[in-house]
Design a protein around this ligand. Structure first.
Ligand SMILES: CC(C)(COP(=O)(O)OP(=O)(O)OC[C@H]1O[C@@H](n2cnc3c(N)ncnc32)[C@H](O)[C@@H]1OP(=O)(O)O)[C@@H](O)C(=O)NCCC(=O)NCCS
Length: 400
């Protein structure tokens, strides 16, 4: 019992309930908080558009570089524009020493995503005028710089974990190829480059998800792009958002065999635990990105990996079947994380690097949102529905 209540009178306001105040929306679900022309997610139709272009078309015909251009500049580039972006991006890939060197001192157990969050925040120190966000051209250059440096960071963090020196970026390579090269120092296989490029395209943007909202909230205070994007990375780390892909792969390994799937699902549901990679706040059908990634897996496994990943894929297929049968009444289907983890597993990437790769791609969308936010800003400042007491007396410690 609260001791202040037992001995002292407290004036209490009538406590408002949720039904008394319809403006109260836990998790801001369904609330439209800003205007945007960057991305549209149709959760009923299972359609995702970047700047009005279906992501299926981008996945089939485009590249991550072109997707970056589209997100930042709001149109598909002509050849000259794409070349200009590539030249700038390649020039900006390298990390300055004061940002690269601190990796050496990071605690051994740090998660790669959190290491990345720290490095992005450090980049602010390399931009003397970071706080001046008044020039749209400077802001665009900062966005290109962050997108270009993100993959260099992830590769450097990964190599450091294995006691290896970071490799310098190779400017003649595409974003995807360069990243894979910087991870291992080996020229990557063509099918691995294509799969990585696809992962980058598909993760680049997804409307007002939690981390994008975070970037916009921080940006709305006129904080720098570095603070905003570093905050967004933190938001992505939770398993309700970006952290699910690595958990999916761990879950598939723990199931072990397609024959065990049914019992696994029964058990999870009986103890009211969620199945990773399933369900989405917006999609009420299968996530279109999951369909696209699933589509490349048979060939990717054939060309780039072996029996182990094939077994994981077969477990995933069976899991999708059982979940769809048992949970379709709740509109629960695979989301992007369900198959993206297997794609990365097929590429031989360590599972705790998956979310950092997601972030390395999503930096493009976050930057587009930050640019949109600061170009027509309104400070985010929602209200609380206060449920606490009023006029409680302050009681001296000896009397409590
Ligand atoms: C993504 C997610 C957070 C969306 O959640 P949400 O819109 O808030 O939906 P809720 O958590 O309120 O769930 C609604 C119902 O579906 C069930 N449900 C949702 N996701 C489920 C899952 N993955 N496995 C089993 N049941 C699930 C909930 O238990 C709840 O059931 P109830 O109404 O009987 O209580 C949720 O589906 C989830 O946690 N998925 C697993 C993690 C994941 O894959 N995250 C990556 C997202 S891209």
């Amino acid at each position: 019992m609260d001791p202040t209540r037992s001995k002292h009178h407290t004036t209490k306001m009538a406590i408002p309930t949720i039904s008394d105040d319809p403006s109260y929306r836990p998790g801001l679900e369904g609330v439209q908080a800003c205007r945007s022309s960057i991305c549209h997610v149709d959760g009923q139709a299972g359609k995702l558009e970047y700047r009005g272009i279906d992501v299926k078309n981008l996945a089939e015909h485009s590249s991550f570089e072109e997707t970056i251009y589209l997100l930042l500049y709001n149109h598909l580039p002509v050849e000259r524009e794409l070349n200009q972006l590539n030249i700038l991006s390649q020039k900006l890939r390298r990390l300055p020493a004061p940002v690269l060197n601190p990796i050496e001192g990071f605690p051994a157990g740090i998660h790669p995503l959190i290491a990345m969050q720290a490095l992005i925040a450090l980049l602010q120190g390399d931009d003397y005028y970071a706080d001046d966000i008044s020039n749209p051209h400077h802001n665009l250059r900062r966005a290109v710089s962050l997108i270009s440096k993100a993959s260099t960071m992830v590769a450097a963090i990964e190599r450091h974990r294995h006691g290896e020196q970071a490799l310098p970026p190779v400017s003649k390579y595409s974003h995807a190829e360069n990243f894979l090269f910087m991870l291992t120092g080996e020229p990557p296989h063509e099918c691995a480059i294509k799969a990585m490029d696809l992962l980058l395209i598909l993760h680049a943007e997804h409307g007002m998800n939690n981390s994008t909202f975070t970037a916009r909230v921080i940006g709305s205070t006129n904080a720098s792009i570095y603070s905003s994007i570093s905050g967004a990375v933190g938001a992505l780390s939770g398993f309700l958002h970006g952290g699910a892909n690595e958990r999916v792969v761990r879950m598939l390994y723990s199931i072990g065999d397609p024959e065990n799937v049914e019992a696994f699902v029964e058990e999870r549901l009986s103890i009211k635990k969620k199945i990773m990679g399933i369900g989405h706040r917006v999609y009420k059908v299968k996530d279109p990105r999951a369909t696209i990634l699933q589509g490349i897996l048979p060939d990717l496994i054939e060309q780039c990996s072996g029996e182990e990943v094939k077994r994981l894929y077969n477990i995933a297929l069976r899991l999708e079947e059982v979940v769809t049968e048992k949970l379709n009444k709740k509109d629960l289907y695979p989301n992007v994380d369900f198959y993206s983890g297997i794609v990365m597993e097929a590429l031989g990437i360590a599972s705790d690097l998956f979310t950092a790769i997601f972030a390395m791609s999503r930096v493009a969308g976050w930057c587009a949102h930050w640019l949109e936010q600061v170009s027509a800003n309104r400070l985010f400042r929602p209200k609380l529905l206060y449920m606490g007491d009023h006029n409680r007396p302050y009681i001296q410690i000896k009397d409590r």
